[in-house]
Write a protein that binds this ligand. Structure first.
Ligand SMILES: NC(=O)c1ccc[n+]([C@@H]2O[C@H](COP(=O)([O-])OP(=O)(O)OC[C@H]3O[C@@H](n4cnc5c(N)ncnc54)[C@H](OP(=O)(O)O)[C@@H]3O)[C@@H](O)[C@H]2O)c1
Length: 235
């Protein structure tokens, strides 16, 4: 069993998530409300450590009313525990799970020190560390562990490297994107899906359009992931 995963981003027409200088202003208030509505509908929100380091997001619901005062669990995928202890994602507004590895490339003694520091936060701020794989977080294993924690649905909010990791392992079920009529360009600007990329058409992810509508000056596109990818690509 794995949680149902919805991947959402706001991107430019050329698929960029930010400019080369990390200007992330892509969508407006209405789109943020759309994203916060999805946050309200899921059990957890997941991001990579790259997004925490670059954007320092809170990952809570604050653009729409929060009726029962219950934010979804925040999950940060962070093999080497690079998360700064003053990150906004570690505030008391919601529970945070840090998914890390048993070993990682970090000196073991250094990692133990960081675990100790985070554990000091654990008791007071609802932070939990879970271990999944070696060197790099094993995302398939992680999904199984999250499922056992009763997390049935996840909003994947990037960035491009983690999105690749999730698409590569076929762990995404649905895609919702806001496409802004803008072009940022730049081979070093993050795109919706970065990483190594699929080598052939046979390997790629296929999507089925389920809805589309205009929002302000952009378009929202919603897709299901076709699960029988190999068969689809051979047709
Ligand atoms: N426009 C939007 O909707 C939106 C949304 C989110 C982010 N963004 C943008 O995206 C950018 C950040 O993207 P990013 O690619 O740098 O970072 P990211 O995808 O947020 O995080 C990537 C990091 O996750 C860790 N990781 C651990 N296990 C992994 C695995 N199995 N697969 C993939 N990653 C794994 C790796 O670091 P370790 O090896 O250290 O663990 C990796 O470097 C920022 O510019 C942000 O503004 C935009």
């Amino acid at each position: 069993m794995k949680p149902y995963v919805i991947s959402n981003v706001g991107m430019t027409l050329d698929g960029k998530l930010s400019t080369v200088e990390n200007d992330t202003r892509i969508s407006g208030e209405n789109d943020l409300k759309r994203v916060h509505q999805i946050r309200k509908d899921v059990d957890a929100i997941m991001v990579g450590i790259g997004t925490v380091l670059k954007d320092n997001p809170k990952l809570t619901i604050h653009k729409i009313p929060l009726e029962n005062n219950k934010n979804p669990v925040r999950i940060v995928v962070d093999s080497n525990l690079r998360i700064p202890l003053d990150s906004r994602v570690l505030n008391e507004d919601a529970k945070t799970v840090i998914a890390t590895t048993e070993y990682g490339s970090l000196e073991q003694s250094e990692k133990i020190k960081r675990i100790e520091k985070i554990k000091e936060l654990e008791s007071i701020e609802n932070v939990e560390i879970i271990y999944s794989g070696n060197l790099k977080v094993d995302l398939e294993l992680l999904m199984g562990k999250l499922s056992k924690m009763d997390i049935k649905s996840i909003l994947l909010e990037g960035g491009g490297t983690l999105n690749w990791g999730m698409f590569e392992k076929n762990l995404v079920d649905e895609v919702r994107v806001y496409v802004a009529p803008k072009i940022f360009g730049g081979s070093n600007a993050p795109t919706y899906v970065d990483g190594d990329g699929f080598k052939t058409l046979e390997d790629c992810v296929n999507l089925e359009l389920i809805d589309y509508y205009q929002m302000d000056e952009g378009i929202v596109l919603e897709y299901f992931i076709k699960k029988d990818n190999n068969q689809e690509n051979q047709e």
